[in-house]
Design a protein around this ligand. Structure first.
Ligand code: BGC
Length: 425
């Protein structure tokens, strides 16, 4: 039984391989699709002619190719159906257009899985919602897991065109998922409880009740760009003046957050059962100040080294005029230890760095104020680093937001970008 299964699996994998080669040949130089011209760096997921590269899972809804679109038709009695890519993707930007009949709920699975041993192969994972509006299109639902919405709120909106094609844009980068519909930002969420950060893309045709439908949903121009983990990240700082006291006041609530998901690998000396310390960070600004709030997850607060960067601590890096390169007078490094110790690197902003630490269950909160020239629309170089001492008196992990090198304290070239905006839109 087991051997048969293995053979079947090997056969499938082999078939998949042949198929991929065939597609690669068809799609020509630089992976451009045959039918649709795709943007630089993107590859077509659908060749416009047939469903090569896709496989149907779970239900029996019908999927067919009509006029260079993938058309899905509901079927009474069928559970949710999914047309899934054979290939799996982890960090990517996905773009597509979709049109759906009013009354049908649909969606696109990302990073999804179907395992024979998990609920009989039930497709599960994050789903980007598709439905006519005003409703919840673009929010993220946890399909097939019983957890319902991943999006913390789903305020109804009217950005979905019920009669026409809708352009979706989805960026899944580390724990962060962002969506746009017809150019309007809909969701920006940090996923916590997800099964996997890698999986297939799946087009859903929902089950329907007996006396409903038939309905159809259509997709076209499906294209994807895989992110290789080195793209420069950007974040928005929102206008506002929080009290710098190490407590999270309400003002922070609607500020987008970033997460330190990139490891400075040369510092990875973690034991197998240890997690690196990481932080999510939010930024605000007002006249002359940048405010940074870091919530650090660190299972053991420690640090006995004389070198402050070897101890549990958070560092903020700024390049005030986005000039990049080796540090000059507008570049700065600020460090706050979990014990409240403040140390700063080369900078002319040294004066007046205010920072307050609160130790909390599972980590600590750092709230800081940095003196810097601010202006609506201004972009600066910015990064965050979390240093972690696991108890040995030296640093065993260093996590960063954007710059995966250990150069941020002397070279601003690889910092991410922070933009000062009025409100979070
Ligand atoms: C770096 C250290 C460096 C220190 C200097 C930190 O950000 O990770 O390696 O020695 O800055 O202040």
């Amino acid at each position: 039984m087991k051997t048969n299964f293995l053979f079947a699996f090997a056969g499938l994998a082999f078939f998949g391989l042949i198929f991929e080669v065939a597609v690669a040949q068809q799609s020509g130089p630089r992976g451009l699709g045959l039918i649709n011209d795709v943007e630089e760096g993107f590859e077509s997921l659908f060749n416009g002619e047939n469903l090569n590269g896709w496989v149907q899972k779970n239900g029996t809804a019908k999927y067919e190719v009509v006029n260079k679109t993938i058309m899905g038709h509901t079927k009474v009695g069928s559970p949710n159906s999914f047309l899934c890519t054979i290939k799996e993707y982890s960090d990517f930007e996905l773009r597509f257009q979709v049109k759906v009949d009013v009354g049908l709920n649909s969606g696109v699975q990302i990073r999804s899985l179907s395992k024979p041993k998990v609920n009989g192969g039930r497709v599960h994972g994050p789903q980007v919602e598709i439905e006519s509006g005003p409703a919840e299109a673009g929010y993220i639902y946890s399909e097939g897991t019983g957890r319902k919405w991943i999006s913390p709120q789903q305020p109804k909106h009217d950005y979905f065109d019920n009669d026409g094609w809708n352009s979706y844009r989805v960026i899944a980068d580390g724990n962060r998922i962002q969506t746009w519909i017809n150019g309007h930002p809909i969701e920006d969420v940090e996923t916590a409880e997800v099964e996997s950060l890698k999986g297939f893309i799946g087009l859903q045709v929902h089950s329907i009740k007996k006396n409903k439908g038939p309905f159809k949903v259509q997709w076209k121009n499906l294209r994807i760009k895989e992110l290789d983990g080195t793209e420069r990240r950007t974040v928005k700082a929102i206008k506002g003046t929080p009290t710098v006291d190490g407590k999270i006041d309400d003002l922070w609530k609607h500020v987008p957050r970033l997460k330190t998901t990139r490891a400075v690998e040369e510092h990875d000396a973690l034991e197998a059962d240890e997690e690196p310390a990481t932080a999510w960070v939010k930024c605000m600004w007002d006249n002359g100040h940048l405010y940074c709030l870091a919530k650090v997850s660190d299972s053991k607060i420690s640090g006995t080294s004389d070198e402050p960067w070897e101890c549990d601590s958070v560092e903020f890096f700024v390049d005030g005029n986005l000039s990049r390169g080796a540090y000059d007078e507008d570049d700065a490094q600020y460090r706050t230890g979990a014990d409240g110790l403040i140390t700063v690197g080369a900078t002319n902003y040294k004066a007046d760095y205010k920072s307050v630490v609160t130790q909390v269950e599972g980590g600590y909160i750092v709230e800081s104020r940095i003196n810097i020239e601010t202006e609506l629309g201004k972009k600066i170089g910015f990064d965050v680093q979390v240093n972690n001492d696991a108890g040995g008196g030296y640093r065993v992990s260093t996590m960063k937001w954007n710059d995966a090198s250990n150069e941020s304290y002397q070279n601003a070239s690889e910092l991410g970008v922070l933009e000062m905006v009025e409100v979070n839109k």
